[in-house]
Design a protein around this ligand. Structure first.
Ligand code: NDP
Length: 240
């Protein structure tokens, strides 16, 4: 039986590539999204992957969605916490709402969904969880106090939860992408982006597929000895 994989934010950007790569690896993939119905419909039409709309920052919505997915598709054995947002501003302009939105969506979502699939994974003695961090959670970034805090939190969360899952057969890892060519990065002003690319040893932005391959590797059934790790996929940028 194909294992069910839930990919949050899984119908566009990096998440879409993760969903499609896991599908090609034989997983029964379910994608989540927040509100972009057009992207979700187009994605389902082209891939056959069903999309479930719910806010990953909201525990009650996550609980209802997990219940529905497990009833309609099957128990979630692979969870990819990929959904994320940016609300960039320097401390001078960063307000409490921008802080809360980013922490709740990027980090709170990891708690919500891990909490909701954890008991089932424990019972079945199998689970693969990958949380999508960021190079900016590892190194910090000007104007991203909220985002860097959330992503850095994901790296700590991953290492702590991995310790709880290790003896049970649940691996918990993180992937830390560098700059990847998606809508999130297209929002960066061109002159700033040019400077960023100049600092990437590989000399280009990442592709969503570069990240997806890492997630497929970490979630493979046979990969049960890698846990609590962060896989940096950034064209060598983490060395600078
Ligand atoms: P995009 O902005 O292209 O896509 C974001 C996805 O997350 C969309 O599917 C969106 O749904 C979903 N989403 C956002 N908020 C919520 C929410 N509250 N509930 C449910 N779904 C939500 O992002 P990327 O593909 O660029 O990024 C994916 C992940 O990778 C993020 O965690 C990001 O922080 C991380 N990352 C990205 C990098 C990059 O360079 N792009 C670099 C490092 C890390 P909808 O379409 O409905 O809005």
């Amino acid at each position: 039986m194909a294992r069910v994989a839930l990919v949050t934010g899984g119908q566009r950007g990096i998440g879409a590539a993760i969903s499609e790569t896991l599908q090609k690896a034989g997983r029964k993939v379910v994608a989540n999204y927040a509100g972009n119905d057009a992207a979700a419909q187009a994605f389902t039409e082209s891939t056959g992957i069903p999309c479930y709309k719910f806010n990953v920052a909201d525990y009650e919505q996550c609980a209802a969605a997990v219940k529905k997915i497990e009833a309609e598709v099957g128990p979630i054995e692979i969870l990819v916490n990929n959904a994320g947002i940016t609300r960039d501003a320097t401390m001078k302009r960063l307000n409490r709402q921008m802080w809360d939105d980013v922490i709740d969506t990027n980090l709170g979502s990891c708690y919500n969904l891990c909490k909701l699939v954890w008991d089932g994974m424990n019972e079945r003695k199998f689970g693969r969880i990958v949380n999508i961090g960021s190079i900016n959670g590892q190194a910090g970034q000007y104007g991203q106090v909220n985002y860097a805090a959330a992503k850095s939190g994901i790296h700590g969360f991953t290492k702590a939860l991995a310790q709880e899952g290790a003896r049970i057969g649940i691996t918990v890892n993180a992937v830390a992408p560098g700059y990847v060519d998606t809508e999130m990065v297209r929002a960066v002003p061109p002159d700033v982006l040019e400077k960023i690319v100049a600092r990437i040893p590989r000399g280009r932005l990442g592709k969503a597929e570069d990240i997806a391959r890492g997630v497929a590797f970490l979630t493979a059934d046979e990969n049960d000895f890698i846990t609590g790790s962060t896989l940096s996929i950034n064209g060598g940028q983490h060395m600078y």
